[in-house]
Design a binder for this molecule. Structure first.
Ligand SMILES: [Zn+2]
Length: 290
């Protein structure tokens, strides 16, 4: 984990130095708390402004069906493995399934977690993490409030983030069908609404979920993928803001976007980005298949 620097020469012959993000050590073998602390450290890096103070959270799903998620109040940038709590995915999903459940029921479940986790309670957004971790192929989730993304989500034109694709790499990393969710009070109702919207979708699992007037969720199969999705969403938002300042953003033709989304060389590039050994490991969800 951490930063590295690359030296490169531009067309003018000048040498430049660029900060690179080194992929953090993904690995199901490592303890979940350590994996999440490393991811939180990247998502909460102060120079990025993706999540400040106690904003944001991240989670992962173990093979045994347990969710590890950031405890309420912990700061992403300085989180340690002690800042994450564990509870069964099924427990969170049964709360979401219960149409008559309310804040008291959530409190009861979270109090029980606090009792066995030296007083640490799951973040209120744990319920939405559960909805994301329930999706096929999703095992790591990162939630942030990046400044450029929120600038658009808090504007009169939040659909700019989901109306189309601006450039090929956006499609490689974010896919072609991100989900935009209207503002709902964070907690049980928001989790239920996102779950309903995901069930109604016909175009597979989104890699990114944008929450109006709130922030974004990156859905990945590794910590590296969650970081890359967040990085790319931030770049897309910054480019949109730039494009809107000089004119009107122009999206790629949908047929061109679809072609990039399914081109074998782009699938291989996506695979290489995610550090996977070969293309056959690409998630078998409609969003990722040819
Ligand atoms: Zn949030």
């Amino acid at each position: 984990m951490g930063q590295n620097r690359a030296v490169w020469r531009s067309n003018s012959g000048r040498l430049h130095e660029t900060e690179l993000m080194v992929p953090i050590a993904d690995g199901a073998d490592a303890p979940p708390g350590g994996r999440l602390a490393a991811l939180a450290g990247e998502l909460g890096r102060s120079d990025r402004e993706w999540a400040i103070l106690a904003e944001g959270n991240c989670s992962l799903l173990t093979e045994s069906g347990d969710v590890h998620v950031k405890a309420s109040g912990a700061e992403m940038g300085t989180a340690t493995s002690a800042d994450f709590v564990e509870l069964p995915l099924s427990e969170l999903l049964s709360l979401i399934d219960d149409d008559v459940a309310g804040d008291d029921d959530v409190r009861r479940v979270f109090d029980a977690v606090a009792e066995r986790s030296v007083g640490r309670r799951p973040s209120v957004e744990s319920l939405l993490h559960a909805v994301c971790l329930e999706q096929p192929g999703v095992t790591v989730v990162g939630h942030t409030h990046p400044v450029p993304v929120n600038a658009i989500l808090c504007s009169s034109q939040p659909t700019l983030l989901t109306d189309g694709a601006l450039f090929p790499d956006q499609i490689v990393v974010l896919g072609t069908s991100p989900l935009l969710v209207p503002y709902v009070d964070p907690g049980l109702r928001l989790a239920q609404e996102v779950r309903r919207m995901l069930r109604e979708r016909t175009d597979g699992v989104p890699r990114v979920i944008y929450l109006q007037n709130h922030g974004m969720f990156a859905l990945g199969s590794s910590e590296t993928e969650v970081l890359q999705i967040t990085q790319m969403a931030v770049k897309v938002a910054s480019v949109l803001i730039g494009a809107a300042s000089v004119g009107t953003p122009v999206f790629l033709d949908p047929a061109e976007a679809a072609r990039i989304h399914t081109r074998p060389d782009e699938l291989l590039r996506r695979d290489a980005l995610a550090n996977r050994p070969n293309a056959s490991d690409v998630r078998a969800t409609p969003e990722n298949t040819l």
